[in-house]
Design a binder for this molecule. Structure first.
Ligand code: GZL
Length: 354
């Protein structure tokens, strides 16, 4: 009898704990199939087509997007790296359409060639947000809005800084022999920075000795610098359209026995650049090998997320949203630069804040 009672008690205890477990009495949160479906259904699905991973800037930009579009923030991010090929971006957008994402975010490698695939997204009723570089389309209703940099202004600001520096040091325009290592041809960043450079170098009367394509990469920047040095022995300023190119140019110049710095009247070669968040490039500012960097801010994740929040709330975001950016240099005497009525402060980079 006693044995049966014990067995009965054991069975009852087992029954109670089984009941408790299935009814969610356990301390562990229940993560049933149904719960996870509900959570997945609640997430906003964002398809992001990224240019590639060609530069330190691009990787920071990717990190910024990934750090915002997380499950904790209510998103499921589908990330596609295009390795700097537009065909890969078009394929990615079509896959986003097939998967019926809620939003498509595109960082376009170049400005043209987007009308057809963006029309397909519009037909599918999927809003498109353009980030960083711009698209040149026949109908700007093909995207809801764009957020990024004013690349032509970036170029003008860096050239204005150079002009102020040359005046400060008594260097006449005739003594300037400058080359432009361009970014990916046809990208907004290249188009804008080259346009700014062309307008200001003409205005100041600088001798532009060469243009070489650097594709925003260090390796192509090295190739471009070698090509320039082979033909133009008098080049004494190199305008690099991003930091990765500048680091490549410095490597080649130093290997050829040249010294990179601002003292061009004593044979140094001045390097200016764009981006400003690459640790190596900031060290080059602190040690004088890079004289000036036009800021190009990669932190677009929060900006794009704020746009999506507005769209989710039924609001219409501003069509073109420009990021305000400054200048980095190692010359404390130049505190700001003014262009087309816009003043930008110069942040001096040194060993303490590099
Ligand atoms: C600019 C961005 C450019 C960066 C480069 O917003 O498109 O592309 O300046 C990057 O570093 O490769």
């Amino acid at each position: 009898m006693k044995k049966r009672l014990i067995i009965t008690a054991v069975y009852m205890l087992m029954a109670i704990s089984l009941c408790c477990f299935t009814a969610g009495c356990s301390s562990r949160p229940q993560n049933t199939e149904a719960d996870s479906n509900v959570k997945e259904d609640d997430l906003i699905v964002v398809g992001f087509s990224q240019v590639g991973s060609e530069s330190y800037w691009r990787n920071m930009n990717t990190e910024s997007m990934k750090s915002v579009f997380t499950k904790e923030n209510g998103y499921r991010l589908i990330f596609e790296d295009a390795q700097q090929k537009q065909t890969n971006q078009i394929t990615a957008i079509r896959s986003f359409i097939q998967r019926d994402v809620d939003y498509i975010v595109l960082a376009p490698v170049v400005e043209t060639g987007w009308d057809t695939v963006l029309s397909e997204a519009r037909e599918a009723g999927i809003p498109v947000i353009i980030v960083d570089r711009q698209v040149n389309v026949s109908d700007d209703s093909l995207f809801r809005c764009w957020v990024g940099s004013d690349f032509e202004l970036e170029g003008k600001l860096v050239c204005m800084w150079m002009s102020k520096y040359f005046n400060l040091k008594g260097i006449s325009p005739e003594e300037i022999h400058i080359a432009d290592i361009q970014g990916t041809l046809g990208s907004s960043a290249q188009i804008g920075r080259t346009n700014g450079f062309n307008q200001m170098s003409t205005l100041y009367g600088w001798d532009v000795v060469d243009y070489e394509e650097g594709e925003f990469t260090k390796s192509k920047g090295k190739e471009a610098m070698s090509n320039i040095l082979r033909v133009h022995k008098n080049v004494n300023v190199v305008y690099c359209e991003n930091d990765s190119e500048a680091l490549g140019a410095i490597e080649v110049l130093e290997a050829s026995g040249k010294k990179c710095g601002s003292d061009i009247l004593n044979g140094e070669t001045m390097i200016v650049s764009f981006d400003g968040f690459n640790k190596e490039a900031r060290e080059c500012i602190a040690d004088g090998r890079i004289s000036c960097i036009g800021e190009c801010n990669p932190d677009h994740g929060p900006r794009v997320e704020s746009i999506i929040r507005k769209l989710e709330a039924g609001e219409e975001p501003e069509k073109y949203q420009y990021v305000t950016e400054g200048i980095f240099s190692n010359t404390p005497e130049i505190k700001s630069v003014m262009i087309s009525g816009q003043e930008r402060t110069v942040t001096v980079i040194n060993d303490q804040n590099k």
